[in-house]
Design a protein around this ligand. Structure first.
Ligand code: FO1
Length: 308
């Protein structure tokens, strides 16, 4: 069964690790969020693509979910010695990916080609496609009118500022690579992973042509809630839902995906929301969606495959 998954950072990567244990890698294509991308020290950094590749390659830092396990921080410390003030933690091993990617971009390779090279080198067999090859950094407009790069909001400001609006900069000029549109049209199932709807999935859906391709596809579209009992397991999804006026619940996330998803997977803790999910025209499917162990991740993946 051909599955195409839309994924962002840590939550999406966890589900994908489970999926990669229950399906042949050739059946899985991931469309990865690149709205998190940032240019720092002249390097092009792709946090969500790297988080997915590192996780599926078994190299991710198990404590943070991002970056590499067994990392060292000598380059960053040396930058501080020189008087720089690095606010975005770049480990020595992680730096290699950014150096390599930036060099290849300068040589005219596309982000799609480079991501494939890095995945091959990491032994990642599933196909990971950037949602677009152009630079479309997500920005957060705060209540005080500040426009922050998403990483400034997440890391520098620790997601504290009140969010007034999310901007997907340059997204109208972006285009989805052909492989992305093919992966959508050929899918038997499209899974919207349990990532932040606004800053991980939203940018993917905002790339011209992607939302239409999903709506026109014959695939069963399944969204997995990143909110359980009114909380996000990681990151500012719950706070953003609140501040952007959606309300904080799995049902609020279902409303966000209402025009796209046929099925909505939510946690048993939210079973009372099933009737509301049905009124939104989606079939609710209950699962244990808290994914700590690999068994948890495999169980959620199996539950999703049963939906087909
Ligand atoms: N998240 C942080 O909270 N602090 C960091 O210093 C940080 C550095 C970092 C470096 C590379 C990378 O791939 C991810 C990194 N992240 C960091 C996570 C990043 O902010 C992700 O975009 C979010 O976690 C959302 O997926």
């Amino acid at each position: 069964m051909m599955i195409t998954a839309l994924a962002g950072g840590v939550g999406g990567a966890k589900f994908l690790l489970g999926l990669s244990r229950v399906l042949p890698p050739s059946d899985i294509t991931v469309i990865g969020n690149t709205g998190d991308d940032i240019e720092l020290y002249g390097l092009h950094i792709c946090p969500d693509l790297d988080t997915i590749a590192y996780t599926l390659g078994g190299r991710a830092n198990p404590d943070t979910g991002w970056g590499l396990a067994g990392e060292s921080w000598i380059c960053l410390q040396t930058l501080r010695d020189y008087g720089s003030n690095p606010w975005f933690q770049l480990g020595d091993r992680d730096l290699a990916a950014h150096l390599w990617r930036t060099q290849l971009l300068k040589e005219g390779r596309t982000l799609t080609e480079i991501t494939s090279l890095i995945c091959n080198a990491l032994g990642v067999k599933i196909r990971l496609l950037p949602m677009t090859d152009s630079y479309v950094p997500t920005r957060v407009v705060t209540k005080t009118g500040e426009r922050l790069h998403i990483q400034e909001y997440l890391v520098l400001k620790q997601s504290q500022p009140i969010v007034r609006e999310i901007e997907y900069s340059n997204i109208a000029e972006a285009r989805a690579a052909d492989a992305v549109l093919q992966a959508i049209s050929r899918a038997d199932m499209i899974v919207i992973c349990p990532s932040n709807p606004f800053i991980s999935i939203g940018p993917i859906l905002a790339v011209p042509g992607i939302q239409r391709a999903i709506a026109q596809s014959l695939a069963r579209v399944v969204a997995i809630s990143p909110i359980i009992a009114g909380q996000a397991l990681k990151g500012p999804a719950a706070k953003m839902l609140q501040e952007l006026g959606f309300g904080v619940s799995a049902a609020a996330v279902a409303r966000y995906y209402q025009d796209l998803a046929d099925v909505f997977v939510l946690d048993w803790k939210d079973k009372d929301l099933c009737s509301e999910i049905e009124t939104l025209g989606m079939r609710p499917v209950l699962a244990h969606t808290i994914m700590n162990t690999i068994e948890d991740k495999i169980a959620v993946a199996r539950k999703v495959l049963e939906i087909a």
